[in-house]
Design a protein around this ligand. Structure first.
Ligand SMILES: [Zn+2]
Length: 320
């Protein structure tokens, strides 16, 4: 049998985690293509960005953060609803969990299914899955923008929704004083995009335009290394856009010509593989990405809910 192992189920090697101090009181933990997390110090409190997949995974991050600061976590900010970004929330003991309105809606509507789907797709990220107490519920949500005053002379942290993109409820966290952005999965730096719950057309155009308009000089994407310098940030946003427009072009052509999903997958894979094929999670993502884009081009407005069963069906149809 030459069948490809399902999604990332055979990916079991731990990634090296790197904690970087991006500015005074601004931290990022990157992990060679595994989900990134961050933290921002207020005058007498912390804002943490992203929660990882389980409380056990989150505690390992917090232990490293505690080498730098012992301030209590007041806010835990979730960039979007995906399980590997939210289910570790209980470890933070945050006073307030903050997310976009769309994230609360998605957790209500499909949080359970997404948990089961992601656990089966990426078991390595779920360290001690039994430590997850349940779904993570935001305490505060917003539609457009929410500003957190960091106190003292630390300036403010702006949370902004830039439109539909990686999901319908993404936010970015922006530190104007340092020109640092935490972009969640709206931008990846030398890591493949996951677009299985995405809105490709707005993401590739207006949403990324709004992300770029901040003019970040340091950017922490959802996965991959920290991007430093205006040019490198623009390149990371450009790479994200190129991935999306290539998919739109190749899948769109097959769709318009009355071809099949399998043909669309082959066309998109062939076009993207030379540039992105060796980046983390490329093979993992492609069947789910093309399947969602096919639906989008067919007029299905909101992504169909991924379940463990549907994941297998799509994988077997396209990657086997
Ligand atoms: Zn995501």
């Amino acid at each position: 049998m030459t069948e490809k192992p399902f999604a990332s189920s055979a990916d079991l090697a731990d990634r090296q985690q790197t904690l970087e101090v991006l500015a005074d009181g601004v931290y990022a933990l990157t992990a060679e293509g595994d989900p990134n997390v961050g933290a921002i110090e207020g005058e007498d409190f912390l804002v943490c960005f992203e929660a990882l997949a389980t409380p056990v995974a989150a505690r390992a991050w917090l232990e490293r953060l505690r080498e730098h600061t012992d301030k209590p976590v007041r806010h835990l900010v979730l960039s979007h609803y995906h399980a590997v970004r939210t289910l570790g929330a209980s470890a933070f003991g945050a006073d307030v969990i903050v997310a976009h309105d769309g994230t609360r809606k998605l957790i209500t509507e499909r949080g359970r299914q997404d948990w089961a789907s992601e656990l089966a797709r990426m078991p390595r990220l779920f360290r001690e899955p039994a430590s997850i107490p349940g779904l993570t519920w935001p305490d505060v949500t917003f539609s457009d923008r929410l500003t957190i005053d960091l106190g003292g002379d630390r300036g403010e942290l702006v949370l902004a929704h830039c439109g539909r993109g990686h999901t319908e409820g993404d936010l970015v966290a922006w530190l104007p004083r340092h020109r640092i952005m935490f972009a969640g999965d709206l931008v990846e730096s030398r890591a493949a995009l996951y677009t299985g719950d995405a809105f490709h057309r707005p993401w590739a155009t207006t949403t990324l335009d709004r992300v770029a308009a901040f003019g970040a000089e340091t950017l922490v994407g959802g996965r991959g290394a920290v991007t430093r310098g205006r040019e490198a940030v623009e390149a990371a946003i450009g790479q994200t856009r190129d991935f999306l427009t290539t998919m739109l072009d190749r899948v769109g052509r097959v769709h318009a010509a009355g071809g099949t999903l399998k043909e669309a997958f082959a066309a998109a894979h062939a076009a993207l593989e030379p540039r992105y094929g060796r980046w983390p999670i490329f093979e993992h993502c492609m069947p789910f990405n093309v399947s969602r884009l096919w639906d989008e081009l067919s007029g299905v407005d909101r992504p169909v809910i991924w379940t463990a069963e549907r994941d297998r069906e799509v994988w077997n149809a396209l990657q086997s």
